[in-house]
Design a protein around this ligand. Structure first.
Ligand SMILES: Nc1ncnc2c1ncn2[C@@H]1O[C@H](COP(=O)(O)OP(=O)(O)OP(=O)(O)O)[C@@H](O)[C@H]1O
Ligand SMILES: Nc1nc2c(c(=O)[nH]1)N=C(CO)CN2
Length: 158
């Protein structure tokens, strides 16, 4: 069975734009992942977090991997980029979040889908608009949700 999934990519340490692009290429090469499309890259002010601005993007892909296997693949890519977790929302070389997996709702200790904070994050919603402008989340359509977080600075980089 093939599912369509959306992944949030973020980095705010080191060569952040290059890291996001490399991570997308690594994700596209994971066995069981195909047809990856990457949104534009965005420079975004940290939300509930500190340090330099982030570079954020969203990828859409098709996958035959079940959700937990896809999460494990994301975490393996994070690890390869030297991800450390000294404290919650700490600056990071690379963060990969599983935003949506088909239309599934998942509530496991290690995986919540849809990602519980995506609807209030302009750094997710704006790149998601590039790939799926008509998408409607449980909380509303992307354009309406983006309006509700208009105070979060997001600028297109490419
Ligand atoms: N949808 C999801 N995508 C990625 N990780 C998830 C998801 N739901 C739960 N998790 C769990 O969250 C844990 C912590 O993730 P992480 O440190 O990346 O959080 P964070 O990026 O700091 O915060 P946020 O989740 O708000 O983006 C992971 O070990 C993972 O098991
Ligand atoms: N702009 C921005 N802010 C954040 C981000 C992020 O990717 N971009 N990720 C966070 C935790 O995952 C917390 N805050």
């Amino acid at each position: 069975m093939t599912a369509s999934a959306y992944i949030g990519l973020g980095a705010n340490l080191g060569e952040a734009a290059a890291t996001v692009q490399r991570a997308a290429a690594e994700l596209a090469a994971v066995p069981g992942v195909s047809d990856l499309q990457l949104s534009s890259l965005y420079g975004t002010a940290p939300v509930d977090s500190s340090g330099p601005d982030y570079v954020n993007a969203v990828a859409r892909l098709d996958t035959t991997l079940p959700p937990l296997a896809l999460l494990a693949a994301l975490q393996a890519i994070e690890q390869r980029h030297g991800r450390e977790r000294p404290y919650r929302n700490a600056p990071r070389t690379l963060d990969l979040d599983l935003l949506l997996y088909g239309d599934q709702t998942i509530a496991l200790p290690e995986l919540t889908v849809p990602h519980p904070r995506m609807h209030e994050r302009a750094f997710v919603l704006r790149p998601l608009m590039d790939l799926a402008p008509g998408l409607v989340l449980a909380q509303g359509g992307l354009a309406d949700l983006l309006e509700q977080c208009a105070d979060q600075a997001v600028r297109r980089l490419d």
